[in-house]
Write a protein that binds this ligand. Structure first.
Ligand SMILES: [Zn+2]
Length: 283
């Protein structure tokens, strides 16, 4: 009991960690970045594509790997920005724990339009963030609008509900041209998981953080083996190619990353390893 109490006190006293609300804080220049986690869970290895029995035995012996469902909030000196809005189960509670009301959210950047990333934008058909401007990559919007047989009702519902405050942009390139979608945030194409899947690079002063969306879903196996894909990837081959390019880039340039399905604390650094890459969570 005493040990448990000391352990909990240790967690409570750890900088940036809030036990009750599942948030984590990290500073990028003059910005504060917050993890807004809605679930910490395991993802079944049955959802993986291309994992050999040896890989599974080595990196996922229990049949699942750690995963989360998260969004992020960034507080700049003058704005409150969300990167994705989660599935919606806890987004407003997590914001409330940071003393932020939905009306205070200025901008929402969307990595892609799966329901675990845009579910938090609507509640019973109503706008959850009535004053926010919402930014979606043009190819992503086009994908969900062009062929309704592939699903995407939620995506279309969100775009219809927010149409007065919706902005479309063409994502830039990792090495090359990338324009700011809003001040401090550049968009970078990372197509594969969905046809318009987009990452956002936050730059403040000389610091950066790459919000890489769903570049990975199963870090424990996709770091050593980036060639493993997921059944939810709309184009697994393309997802694998861009994952390798991005991992090499952030490792080479020492750029920390944040991912919507990286287990708590959701942010960390990537390094080259003998086999693939390693991920070191932030402390
Ligand atoms: Zn996702």
């Amino acid at each position: 009991m005493k040990t448990l109490k000391l352990f909990l006190m240790g967690l409570l006293m750890a900088p940036g960690l809030s036990l009750a609300q599942n948030t984590f804080t990290h500073k990028v220049g003059t910005c504060d970045v917050y993890l807004l986690s809605e679930a910490q869970q395991g993802v079944s290895t049955k959802l993986l594509i291309g994992a050999t029995p040896e890989m599974l035995k080595t990196y996922a012996p229990g049949g699942t790997v750690p995963n989360s469902m998260s969004a992020y909030m960034v507080r700049t000196p003058d704005r409150i920005i969300l990167v994705d809005a989660g599935m919606g189960s806890k987004i407003t509670d997590n914001l409330a724990a940071l003393n932020v009301t939905p009306e205070q959210v200025n901008d929402i950047l969307i990595t892609h339009m799966h329901s675990d990333h845009i579910g938090g934008l609507l509640r019973r058909g109503e706008l959850v963030f009535p004053k926010a401007q919402v930014y979606i990559a043009q190819p992503e919007a086009d994908y969900w609008n062009q062929d309704q047989s592939r699903g995407g009702e939620n995506a279309r519902r969100v775009m219809e509900a927010y149409k007065e405050r919706l902005h479309f942009f063409q994502p830039g390139q990792l090495e090359g041209t990338a324009h700011e979608v809003i001040p401090g945030f550049k968009s970078i194409a990372a197509y594969g998981h969905t046809p318009g899947h987009t990452m956002f690079m936050l730059t403040s002063g000389d610091q950066q953080l790459l919000f890489w969306g769903d570049l990975t879903h199963a870090m424990a196996i996709q770091m050593p083996c980036p060639q493993v894909a997921l059944t939810y990837d709309s184009n697994p081959e393309q997802a694998i190619t861009i994952r390798k390019v991005v991992l090499e880039y952030v490792a080479k340039n020492n750029i920390p990353v944040a991912g919507m399905h990286i287990a708590f604390p959701g942010m960390g650094t990537i390094k080259n390893a003998n086999k693939g890459y390693t991920f070191t969570p932030m402390k």
